[in-house]
Design a protein around this ligand. Structure first.
Ligand SMILES: CC(C)(COP(=O)(O)OP(=O)(O)OC[C@H]1O[C@@H](n2cnc3c(N)ncnc32)[C@H](O)[C@@H]1OP(=O)(O)O)[C@@H](O)C(=O)NCCC(=O)NCCS
Length: 165
């Protein structure tokens, strides 16, 4: 069965639907780092505000995948200057669980890469958990290659690293 999906740029009115996807993504990521993904209401507000800001910036793009006016996936990317180069960073990507494995993320990534090209980006970067195989797979299928590990050591007496709690 062909899935009729519409991909379009997000608007301020979409923020609540994007927020629902963000919450789903945070729940999903708890299996990789429960403490890091403990997010307070205050931080959710900050995130929503930063997304609203991003909608107005020419360096940022938030794209939605929509089915029958329901937002079922989204990607947020932005352009960052690194010395003389422009780098396209993928900040967020999620497709709601019911609609995964139908190529929606692949379409969102490809559209984002086109945006990065129009902004003269020379590379695109994204951070992914080592054990997040579905995400690694979709990025590899769109041309990304594994580049480096982030290594972490807890210092002092800190029991948890929960910057957004
Ligand atoms: C990662 C994610 C966005 C992919 O969305 P999606 O729409 O299902 O992706 P696509 O359908 O375009 O591609 C999925 C591919 O991964 C493959 N895949 C699915 N589950 C997999 C797994 N457990 N291990 C390896 N590959 C897997 C599928 O076979 C599919 O390949 P295909 O194109 O040959 O069919 C989605 O799984 C998701 O929202 N995950 C939770 C949030 C998240 O992790 N975001 C990424 C943060 S960096």
């Amino acid at each position: 069965m062909i899935l009729m999906i519409h991909i379009r740029q997000a608007k301020v009115k979409d923020i609540d639907q994007i927020h629902q996807l963000d919450k789903e993504s945070v729940e999903y990521h708890k299996k990789f780092d429960r403490q890091f993904y403990t997010v307070s209401r205050k931080w959710w507000k900050i995130k929503k505000a930063s997304q609203i800001k991003a909608l107005k910036k020419s360096s940022d793009l938030i794209l939605l995948a929509e089915k029958n006016k329901r937002v079922i996936g989204y990607i947020w990317g932005y352009v960052e200057k690194m010395a003389k180069f422009n780098v396209g960073k993928i900040q967020d990507l999620i497709v709601t669980s019911q609609y995964r494995n139908r190529g929606i993320a692949t379409r969102l990534i490809k559209r984002m890469l086109k945006f990065f090209m129009t902004k003269k980006c020379v590379i695109s970067d994204v951070e992914v958990y080592i054990k997040n195989n579905p995400a690694i797979d979709v990025y590899e299928k769109t041309g990304f290659v594994k580049q480096n590990y982030r290594m972490r050591l807890k210092l002092g007496k800190v029991k948890s690293f929960s910057p957004f709690s």
